[in-house]
Design a protein around this ligand. Structure first.
Ligand code: SAH
Length: 379
């Protein structure tokens, strides 16, 4: 009988094939065609499970749009290029990028918008938000036109790719596996490590001979290697924004979130978002080994401030009072809630106690001569 829920399906697989790696578990929870978390819902916003930078404020996408336009100009303003967003969510970031680059001469005419998205629900949301533009959806990087240069952005995309947890204990490496415990409940145990996953570990971790858990992701590594190959062959730059750490290290960061609260990763498989912090040390290492130039990582706060987000917030606020002057019926102070909303969104994005420090930004480029804006405070 085919299973009717994701927990049933996972149990059935474990009974048939034995315990599964956490990466397989995460891939099923997020992307199973029928039961996966992203496949059936729009998880964003106050009513959802979490909020992301583009959903907090239009200013985020405006800064990314300005950054992309600047890179495009530094590349010599190619007359055709692919503008790819990986994991575009509701399409808000791409909509803000397009709105903010409208007056950059030639940018819109040259850009071929591509979205890499697996969720049918989110694809529909993206189609609506981007109805004014020609958009192509792809399932993988292999579908991109091989002749055009490419600009890639991904906000909170890498953190959604499945991670495995390898554990060093008793003088050897193990893999943390999902198995069945009492009453067929899902539980974690240790199994033999898959040599292909062990091969992904950086030498300093392999040689550390220290006990601990190290997270690694075949999917992240494969995706980044494809990005490198495409950018080196066709020219281009990629920008990734995510929460994570700058130096590869031991630590367990896989987490589940539901209704803006942390829950156990086994509580409600398929109904909670699962993410892991991005190992930016690994992103940079893969890019450098592939012959790319790496900029950053820098903190999101430093990047956005360098690009002038505070100035933009000021302009938005001035725009409000301009509207007030034109509106005879407005009374003094009517815009205070809007001013507060702008300032509070700004703080959420750049404050070190909010997203400003935890979130990092890295750029990868095929051409060492191109110096993208915003990266001079590299960590
Ligand atoms: N960038 C958006 C959404 C982040 S959530 C924002 O900042 O608001 C992660 C996004 O990546 C979702 O759109 C999800 O459906 C998509 N996604 C996750 N894994 C994917 C995969 N393997 N292939 C394509 N899209 C994926």
């Amino acid at each position: 009988m085919s299973p009717r829920t994701l927990p049933d399906l996972i149990r059935q697989r474990i009974v048939q094939h034995g315990p599964m790696g956490l990466d397989e578990y995460m891939a099923l929870c997020l992307g199973h065609p029928e039961f996966g978390y992203y496949m059936m819902r729009d998880p964003f916003g106050a009513a959802g499970d979490f909020t992301t930078a583009p959903e907090i404020s239009q200013m985020f996408g405006e800064m990314v749009g300005a950054w992309l336009a600047d890179v495009w100009i530094k590349m010599g303003s190619p007359s055709q290029f692919t503008l790819l967003e990986a994991g575009p969510g509701r399409g808000t970031l791409m909509a803000d990028i397009m709105r903010s680059t409208k007056r950059v001469a030639g940018f819109h005419a040259a850009a071929h918008i591509h979205l890499m998205e697996m969720s049918p629900v989110l694809k529909a949301a993206q189609a609506q938000v981007l109805a004014d533009y020609d958009v192509v959806w792809i399932d993988g990087l292999g579908q991109l036109d091989p002749t055009r240069p490419v600009l890639i952005v991904g906000n909170e995309f890498l953190d959604a790719l499945p991670v495995a947890q390898l554990e060093h204990r008793d003088g050897r490496w193990w893999e943390r596996m999902v198995g069945l415990g009492e009453g067929d409940s899902l539980c974690l145990g240790l199994g033999d490590v898959d040599p292909a996953k062990l091969a992904l570990l950086p030498p300093e971790i392999l040689n550390a001979r220290r006990d601990g858990i190290f997270e690694t992701s075949r999917e992240v590594n494969q995706f980044l290697k494809s990005v490198n190959n495409i950018l080196l062959k066709q020219g281009g730059v990629a920008l990734f924004v995510d929460y994570g750490h700058v130096i590869s290290d031991f630590g367990e960061t896989l987490q589940a979130m539901k209704s803006h609260k942390y829950v156990d990763i086994f509580d409600t498989p398929g109904s909670a978002d699962l993410t892991a912090h991005v190992d930016f040390g690994n992103v940079a290492r893969i890019a450098r080994e592939g012959g790319m130039t790496v900029h950053g990582p820098v903190t999101q706060g430093a990047f956005l401030k360098n690009l002038g987000i505070e100035y933009r917030a000021q302009k938005l606020i001035e725009g409000l009072s301009g509207a007030e002057q034109q509106n005879a019926s407005s009374v003094c102070g009517v815009n205070e809630p809007q001013i507060e909303a702008i300032m509070s969104a700004l703080n959420r994005l750049i404050d070190t106690k909010q997203m400003g420090s935890l979130f990092k930004i890295i750029a990868l480029s095929h051409d060492p001569e191109i110096i993208p804006a915003g990266f001079h405070e590299s960590l």
